[in-house]
Design a protein around this ligand. Structure first.
Ligand SMILES: Cc1cc2nc3c(=O)[nH]c(=O)nc-3n(C[C@H](O)[C@H](O)[C@H](O)COP(=O)(O)OP(=O)(O)OC[C@H]3O[C@@H](n4cnc5c(N)ncnc54)[C@H](O)[C@@H]3O)c2cc1C
Length: 159
């Protein structure tokens, strides 16, 4: 690991509860997505909660680093690749919670198909249904404004 990556790993490990990786294996794993592109990042953060996300963003801002959000990496345009810090939401931020009043609270790493499984039990559906729904995360769905073959059917999300 080079000096810059060692420093970043040490700094972030002191700031975050989630995992921070700057070793060659992880850099290689996160250098690609479902596209043909390949970009080696500085490091990978797997935030455990929203506080980790905020601390990563603040650290990146203070140190002039770019941040690249990542879900399941199934996009085909290299959208979640970059030379900065990869924020991988799919590992530890995938909780789906239903509050007492029926409100759904979904973390960005939750997979669309899992969200819809929970919604279906209550008679609801979240409209976008891309072919990658069994792997696409809610962060990826919202960031790319995903559609799917039934987009015209759901004018709102209530069945
Ligand atoms: C075979 C195939 C079929 C497809 N069919 C369709 C289709 O029918 N309709 C359709 O619309 N798309 C389709 N796509 C596109 C695909 O569904 C999406 O690109 C993908 O599933 C997005 O989810 P992801 O979790 O993999 O996101 P990723 O690939 O990880 O990220 C995609 C983008 O979202 C951003 N992002 C991810 N998480 C966050 C977050 N938490 N906060 C901010 N930004 C975030 C990333 O930075 C990146 O720019 C298809 C792709 C394939 C390979």
């Amino acid at each position: 690991m080079d000096q810059e990556r060692s420093r970043i790993a040490a700094d972030l490990n002191g700031l975050l509860d989630g995992e921070v990786r700057c070793d060659d294996l992880f850099l290689q794993l996160y250098s690609s997505d479902a596209s043909i592109h390949e970009i080696r990042p500085l490091g990978i953060v797997r935030p455990r909660h929203v506080g980790d996300v905020a601390n990563t963003i603040n650290y990146a801002r203070e140190n002039g680093l770019a941040v690249h959000s990542r879900g399941s990496g199934s996009n085909v345009i290299g959208g979640c690749l970059g030379k900065g810090l990869i924020l991988d939401f799919s590992y530890d931020m995938r909780r789906i919670e239903v509050e007492a009043d029926g409100t759904f609270v979904v973390q960005p790493g939750a997979v669309l198909a899992s969200v819809n499984r929970e919604l279906k039990r209550r008679g609801f559906v979240f409209g976008p249904d891309p072919a990658t729904r069994s792997v696409a995360t809610m962060g990826g769905v919202l960031a790319l404004n995903l559609t799917g073959s039934h987009w015209a059917r759901w004018s709102n999300w209530k069945r």
